[in-house]
Design a protein around this ligand. Structure first.
Ligand code: NCD
Length: 325
């Protein structure tokens, strides 16, 4: 059965802490020296990664492709898949994936603007598919690197108070991260957003079911004062429907003044790209973790490629089986 990466809730705490994070740590140190890099180059030698992006991407695509090359893989890509591939001629996702997967790339990394499109593609594919973001749905590899960053920066995840803020209605990273955080103990989530950009009900229902305490507020100061982790996001105007009102700029913006409200040991994260909601003046503060977070994407995505392509076959007890089929 193909090992797809489709939703963050497919991964158990045991898998992320017991296998994925140590693997990423190991890859990080190997990538730092020539000897390690030459061992890594043999890891997935001769395998092919195909990236199929229907939406813009910098971090996700480059970190996947560079991770693949560091592991000895070859990459084949089309960006703007809707314009530069047969999808432009109106080919259905199902037909496209049936054909593309039939050429046997070892893994397909796919991003699409429609929620659920990557799962649909995975059902039509005979090779593993990794969700690199599907519309307002999920971004599981981002959530895994976010969680890895929290663990690396703060030493642990249990007991943390995490602010998820900005555009919680259209952002997929916060949704995937909320699912993963719900696997840990004594997590408190604070959603900071204007009502029009509030977290959707399905996530709140999930948290209630898992017994995770959360509250919603528009009081930025109260949220930042309570947080161990502040996870900020941009307003995703491109995902808003015609009838939704578009705020001309982010209603909450974090700058130096707002950072004085944060605890001395708290961290500030952002999946990037940022706009006016996170001002560059914050970058020099050691609590600003977003560039370290982006770098972690390389190690986590390399570890995920190794897992998808077959290592740790005995991990079935660590992995909550969800093939998307
Ligand atoms: C995010 C995405 O694409 O969902 N970016 C990313 O992958 N690092 C967030 C965003 O676009 O705002």
């Amino acid at each position: 059965m193909a090992r797809n990466v489709l939703r963050s809730q497919q991964f158990s705490r045991e898998f992320v802490e017991g296998w994925l994070f140590p693997k990423a740590d190991n890859i990080r140190s190997m990538m730092a020296c020539e000897q390690g890099r030459s061992v890594l180059r043999k890891k997935l030698e001769g395998k092919i990664l195909l990236s199929l992006f229907f939406e813009p991407s910098s971090r996700t695509r480059f970190s996947f492709e560079i991770a693949a090359i560091r592991l000895g893989m070859t990459t084949v890509a089309t960006e703007n898949a809707e314009v530069f591939s047969s999808f432009a001629k109106g080919e259905s996702l199902e037909d496209g994936l049936e054909v593309i997967s039939g050429y046997r790339p070892d893994v397909i990394v796919m991003r699409h603007h429609e929620t659920g499109a990557v799962e649909k593609a995975a059902r039509a594919s005979c090779m593993p598919v990794i969700n690199a973001g599907d519309g307002k749905g999920q971004h599981p590899t981002q959530a895994l690197l976010d969680l890895y960053t929290i663990k690396a920066e703060l030493g642990g995840i249990d007991g943390l108070t995490v602010v998820l803020g900005g555009d919680l209605a259209h952002g997929r990273t916060v949704r995937s991260l909320a699912y993963l955080l719900s696997r840990f103990r004594d997590i408190r989530l604070i959603f900071v957003s204007p009502p029009s950009l509030a977290m959707r009900q399905d996530i709140k229902d999930h948290l209630t079911e898992k017994g995770v305490s959360f509250w919603e507020t528009q009081n930025l100061k109260a949220g930042l004062e309570a947080a161990d982790v502040v996870y900020w996001t941009r307003t995703q105007t491109e995902r808003m429907s015609e009838d939704e009102s578009r705020p001309s700029k982010s209603p909450f913006s974090i700058g130096l003044r707002q950072m004085t409200w944060m605890k001395p040991k708290a961290i500030l994260m952002h999946p990037l790209p940022r706009k006016e909601e996170l001002r560059p003046e914050c970058d020099a503060d050691p609590r600003a973790a977003y560039f370290r977070q982006a770098e972690n994407g390389l190690y986590i995505r390399a570890a995920l490629l190794i897992w998808v392509l077959g290592e740790n076959q005995d991990s079935s007890q660590l992995y909550l089986d969800f093939s998307g089929k």
